[in-house]
Design a protein around this ligand. Structure first.
Ligand code: SF4
Ligand code: SF4
Length: 229
């Protein structure tokens, strides 16, 4: 295989989902990258699942040029991945508004607005992030509760249909902020409503780039909004 001049990246299934999203959004070109697909199942052995890995559906990357299996050979064992991640939609339906609000604020109050989550996220590649636009580059943005809520809710909306459930945002957070459930809840909603999950189908058109006049207008985590009814 000719790889001269290309970038090569060793990628687990979650990394490959992010690569697929970046390909779909024209941030990288397929011919410019050689994907060394690494099978990933070690994190689940012995019943121990690494944080952020409970929603990964497969031990095998769904796009690669070179395969490296668990035993180091070019063969994937393709182990079953027992999903045990939280179903956020089920939790949202069974919880009260106060419980949902309290969970969110418990996480928000730990945040120090260091933006490591944004920097680690494959989907946060804007040259100028909305939260930085009016900030003096020498100053830290005010880490008050309202600013933190604005940052995290806006980031969540910007990642709708683009979050690949890679877990990087939680893994890098030095304050232990667990807000991945927000992105996962939106992903569950989009999967149920539009049969789309970011980073799964290499040829799929991003759901937020697709419009059908028959698309439903539906609310997230709080009821249904049907326009015109
Ligand atoms: S990495 Fe953690 S502390 Fe830093 S901005 Fe993100 S959630 Fe807040
Ligand atoms: S899990 Fe976090 S870091 Fe990964 S794509 Fe989603 S928001 Fe970005």
């Amino acid at each position: 295989m000719e790889t001269s001049g290309k970038a090569a990246i060793a990628a687990k299934p979650c990394d490959v989902r992010s690569i697929i999203n970046l390909l779909a959004e024209n941030q990288i070109q397929r011919e410019d990258v050689t994907i060394i697909g690494m099978e990933c199942a070690e994190m689940r052995k012995g019943g121990v699942i690494a944080p952020g890995c409970g929603h990964c559906p497969s031990s095998v990357p769904n796009l690669y040029d070179i395969a490296i299996g668990l035993d180091g050979s070019a063969n994937f064992a393709d182990e079953t991945m027992p999903l045990n991640g939280e179903n956020v939609t089920a939790w949202a339906i069974s919880s009260t508004v106060d419980e949902r609000g309290q969970r969110f604020l418990n996480e928000i109050d730990k945040c120090i607005l260091c933006f490591s989550c944004r920097q680690a996220c494959q989907g946060c590649y804007c040259v100028s992030c909305f939260i930085d636009r009016k900030a003096n580059p020498w100053d830290q943005v005010d880490a008050d509760r309202a600013t933190k809520i604005a940052f995290h809710l806006t980031r969540a909306m910007h990642l709708a249909g683009r979050c690949t459930d890679c877990g990087a945002c939680e893994k890098v957070c030095s304050s232990g902020v667990n807000l991945q459930y927000l992105y996962r809840g939106i992903s569950e909603f989009l999967e149920e409503s539009f049969d789309f999950r970011a980073g799964v189908e290499p040829e799929a058109r991003p759901v937020m780039n697709s419009f059908n006049p028959d698309d439903q207008e539906t609310g997230f985590l709080g009821g249904d909004y049907i326009v015109g009814v």
